[in-house]
Design a protein around this ligand. Structure first.
Ligand code: PSV
Ligand code: MN
Ligand code: MN
Length: 383
């Protein structure tokens, strides 16, 4: 396939990547960190300005709560970006100790459903088309609650949210195998997410967060399977060494990212028409945040470029003749191609900097915001 497909490829960046974040041990602060959602969007716009790759920013409600979301969307437009997915937050309210959409009490489930209705209003005001739900519900001890009843309650709550959505809006349902609960999660895996999506309807699709799997999971298999069912709605890209580390995508295992991208390219799902939203879900705890995001979107582009270089015909021929090593070599030839100069040439031809990280450093933006912004806030994690 041709590298020209890269021209239309985009990656969505998360507003929370620009705020201070950390672990349960320490949140290191960064000079010039955004103090409100407008400043997060201004920072996110820097990533797009220098890469041409990141024209949308995901919001997280209520972290990104403002009085006038129409004004926030207009500001984003002025900055050259748009509002992407709206993320619901079901994990920072005392009422949710035993869960939210799957909680044993109807009153708490009502509250969680209403939060989603508020998120849908944010979508209408900003033009966002994706409601992203990561369900942090689960249990810590065997017998704590009925696993089956929790699924039934969840299905009913999700149905209420889905029914309130407009025809051009999607419900994106994420899974995670552990945390914040450790005995059971109510959406622990892609199968459970898919079953709920199938029950809801065509506009319900699965979000695959690369950090949300057990070590050794073959993630590209899941990508392939969800694509086969037309239910891969989005990625939350990041890297992990141990658990849900939220490190820079393509840093821990660039080969895995390439393998994922080859499954994407094999069915043309990298093209905008496929509807797969390639998002980042990352935090930058010790490194500079804007350069960290620039590096991230470039890593995704690089993995896609290598996947586009796979000689599909040679691969098919080797596979059908049972040439095990030959087929593997076709993939490795693409993976081992150094595409950095080619991608820099392509950027230059589009009026973008050859080296976006160097261009951002030379722009003086980081120093300017460090002196003009005083008293920045945390992203929400660890808050
Ligand atoms: C939870 O681990 C998670 O990855 C969810 O995907 C959200 O998208 C993100 O963090 C922020 O809430
Ligand atoms: Mn995620
Ligand atoms: Mn996560």
């Amino acid at each position: 396939m041709s590298l020209d497909d890269l021209d239309a490829f985009t990656v969505e960046v998360p507003s929370w990547a620009y705020g201070n974040s950390g672990t349960r041990f320490k949140v290191f602060t960064t000079p010039g960190v955004p103090r409100d959602p407008f400043e997060k969007i201004a920072d996110a716009a820097q990533v797009h300005r220098h890469t041409g790759l990141a024209p949308r920013v995901s919001l997280h409600i209520p972290w990104d709560m403002v009085d006038d979301f129409g004004r926030l969307a207009a500001y984003a437009k002025e900055q050259g970006v748009g509002i992407g997915a709206v993320n619901a937050n079901l994990f920072q309210d005392d009422d949710y100790r035993l869960g939210s959409l799957a909680h044993p009490h109807a009153g708490v489930r009502d509250k969680a459903v209403e939060h989603h209705l508020a998120c849908i209003d944010v979508m209408r005001a900003t033009g966002s088309k994706d409601l992203k739900i990561w369900l942090p519900d689960g249990t810590n001890y065997a017998g704590q609650d009925s696993l089956r009843a929790r699924q039934d309650r969840l299905a009913e709550s999700l149905q209420r949210v889905y029914a309130a959505m407009d025809d051009d809006q999607r419900l994106l349902l994420e899974y995670k195998f552990f945390e914040p609960y450790f005995y059971s999660m109510d959406i622990p895996d892609w199968g459970t997410s898919l079953l709920h999506c199938l029950a809801l309807g065509e506009r319900a699709q699965v979000v695959l967060d690369t950090g949300h799997h057990a070590p050794g999971t073959n993630i590209e298999f899941i990508v392939m399977q969800l694509l086969r069912q037309n239910r891969l709605g989005a990625f939350d890209f990041n890297s992990r060494f141990y658990a849900d580390d939220d490190l820079i995508v393509g840093s821990a295992d660039p080969f895995q990212l390439f393998r994922i991208m080859t499954e994407i390219v094999a069915v043309g799902a990298h093209r905008p028409a496929s509807g797969v939203n390639f998002m980042l879900d990352q935090c930058h705890n010790i490194e500079d945040k804007i350069p960290g995001q620039i590096r991230s979107v470039l890593n995704v582009e690089q993995a896609l470029a290598k996947a586009l270089l796979v000689d599909a015909e040679a691969l098919r021929a080797a596979q059908s003749s049972g040439d095990v090593l030959g087929a593997h070599a076709v993939l490795m030839d693409a993976y081992e191609t150094d595409v950095r100069a080619t991608l820099a040439d392509r950027r230059e031809a589009r009026g973008l900097p050859r080296d976006p990280i160097a261009a951002f450093a030379a722009s003086g933006y980081a120093a300017a915001v460090a002196s003009s912004r005083v008293g920045g806030t945390q992203a929400g994690w660890g808050a």
